[in-house]
Ligand binder design. Sequence first.
Ligand SMILES: [Zn+2]
Length: 149
Amino acid sequence: MLRGEAVIDEEGVLRIKGRVCVPRVGDLIKTILIEVHSSRYSIHPGANKMYCNLRQHYWWTKMKRDIVEFLAQCLNCQQQSERTIQVLEDMLQACVIGFGGHWDQFSPLAEFAYNNSYHSSIGMDPFEELYERRYRSSIGWFDAFEVRP
Ligand SMILES: [Zn+2]
């Protein structure tokens, strides 16, 4: 799997696609997770943001699983997840009431709307927090149900 992707750099660090390969020894991975989770710049970031931040610089097997298991122990992150789920459920319910149909057909729309709406807790929308820029659509606004031939 790693053939051709792994290199040892000039400092003797094993890198995979440019990312530092972190061995599963001692508490090294846990130490990295604690540092990223508690950073002044990303307090309780949630699983997606934490994964996006970490994967830019590090690589280890089962990184996503480790992040999810680590965050499951944080009450703050769990409460944020529960709130997010409740908001998404409310949005999906509103879509079904407003447009008819089944909730699962609106899931991408609800995700998009959620990620591009202002969140007072972070002072911006989640997309902006994750990618450090506002979302700009090259398509523009249109009726989500408008079908063009
Ligand atoms: Zn947390």
